[in-house]
Design a protein around this ligand. Structure first.
Ligand SMILES: [Zn+2]
Length: 424
């Protein structure tokens, strides 16, 4: 563990620390320049008697942060910040996070914990594959790896041939990447006859997208690595909010820095552990953008508050199933692309490149699942089986289009899974 004392803090002490830091965060926000403080003007930090009182506080939404573009939501003067990151999203107005030197320090701390949780030590060599730029991924991995004392290969995004060469030549033991990228590494490796078993690679830390258990299995088999699911977002201070551990019984969230709640996305009511809903994050140690009850739009559930077999006491949540934004509603049926992925990838003859195209034909919703085949693709029997499985899951007939490998465009960054032509 990177921070043994904090990562194994008994629950009662964690809760005490959370309550005092929650009050501090609220006080800090109320005395700041942030426009977001207006919502808390009738509330005093001491009004929060227990952590359960958090549920009476108003939510913070992505729209509010966008409305504050570029500076109005920031709690300190921009001149006191040392850097910024942003997420672009689809609406055109980016969500900005400004970070003080202490925020960057906090980021390094939580990322170092994540890397250690994935079994990395100062002896490891990590190749960082998310971009170093406005997107937070590259820098997040960098700060954590630096704190842990790893050897860093700051490769950044793209240039797959170069990535593969560096992994081999520099005897890289771990990679950090956007979840869909290993599919590209595997594809190019096949093309050039590259053998992962001849490298020292043993760990892949993947995030920024939802990825299914079937995809996970495939990456682990083909690359000979153990994968770890890392979460985080620009608004909460970047990648590193949490990660799963060797026990693989959920994602630990660093509770001395964040409070997690799960709410019903429609009503906003707090849900008990085990019930699926939207993840709400309250930051406890951030200065540039302290957030109270931020609606992440990520769908998950709380798995456990019990200490884990890995020794850590921090809560565990389920792997993220999807985002409320990604949830598709076709012919009245709600589902996430990752659920389709889970079905497709059970078939060895299909690749992890797929797209769901939804359009209105003759006044009705129609969905086409485009998926690439590998080698010979599916047998007639497998094809019938797959169609049946998709029908069982969806409850309506979708069109299945199996296309040659390489048909779907390879994009740098996050994969494009949904093409919804119904939207105006
Ligand atoms: Zn654990």
């Amino acid at each position: 563990m990177f921070n043994f004392k904090m990562e194994t803090l008994p629950r009662e002490e964690l809760k005490k620390l959370q309550l005092s830091r929650l009050r501090e965060t609220l006080r800090f926000l109320k005395n700041s320049r942030s426009k977001l403080k207006e919502k808390f003007k009738d509330l005093e930090p001491e009004d929060l008697k227990t952590l359960e009182d958090l549920k009476y506080l108003p939510f913070t939404t992505k729209e509010e942060l966008r409305d504050c573009y570029p500076f109005a939501h920031i709690a300190v003067e921009p001149s006191e910040c040392s850097r910024m990151h942003m997420s672009s999203g689809t609406t055109g107005i980016p969500v900005m996070n400004f970070m003080t030197a202490r925020d960057v320090e906090q980021w390094g701390e939580i990322m170092a914990r994540c890397l250690a949780c994935a079994g990395l030590t100062s002896k490891d060599r990590i190749q960082i594959m998310p971009s170093f730029g406005l997107f937070n991924g590259g820098f997040g991995f960098h700060y954590g790896a630096e704190k842990l004392g790893c050897f860093i290969v700051p490769a950044g995004a793209g240039r797959t041939l170069m990535q593969l060469k560096l992994i081999k030549d520099l005897e890289v033991t771990a990679i950090g990447a956007i979840a869909s990228y290993p599919a590209r590494l595997i594809e190019v490796a096949k093309e050039i006859g590259y053998d992962f078993s001849k490298t020292k690679l043993r760990v892949a830390i993947l995030g920024a997208e939802t990825w299914s258990d079937e995809y996970r299995k495939r990456i682990e088999e083909e690359m000979g690595v153990k994968t770890y699911d890392i979460i985080g977002m620009t608004e909460t201070g970047g990648v590193g909010l949490g990660i799963d551990c060797v026990a693989r019984e959920g994602i630990h969230v660093w509770e001395d820095h964040y409070i997690v709640e799960i709410v019903d996305p429609q009503t906003g009511q707090v849900l008990p552990p085990g019930e699926e809903g939207e993840m709400i994050i309250t930051t406890l140690t951030r200065e540039g953008l302290p957030l109270i009850r931020y609606r992440t739009r990520d769908i998950t559930k709380i798995l456990s508050y019990e200490p884990c077999t890995c020794g850590r006491t921090h809560m565990r949540i389920d792997r993220i199933k999807g985002r409320t934004d990604d949830m598709l509603k076709v012919k009245g049926v709600n589902f996430y692309p990752s659920q389709i992925e889970e079905i497709l990838l059970k078939y060895k003859g299909l690749s992890s490149y797929y797209q769901l195209v939804i359009e209105t034909l003759k006044g009705k919703d129609e969905m086409t699942i485009i998926v690439e085949k590998i080698d010979q693709g599916l047998t007639q029997k497998e094809l019938e089986q797959l169609e049946l499985e998709l029908y069982d899951f969806l409850g309506f007939r979708s069109k299945l289009q199996i296309v040659p490998e390489g048909t779907i465009q390879r994009v740098p960054g996050k994969a494009v899974r949904i093409i919804d032509k119904r939207k105006k």
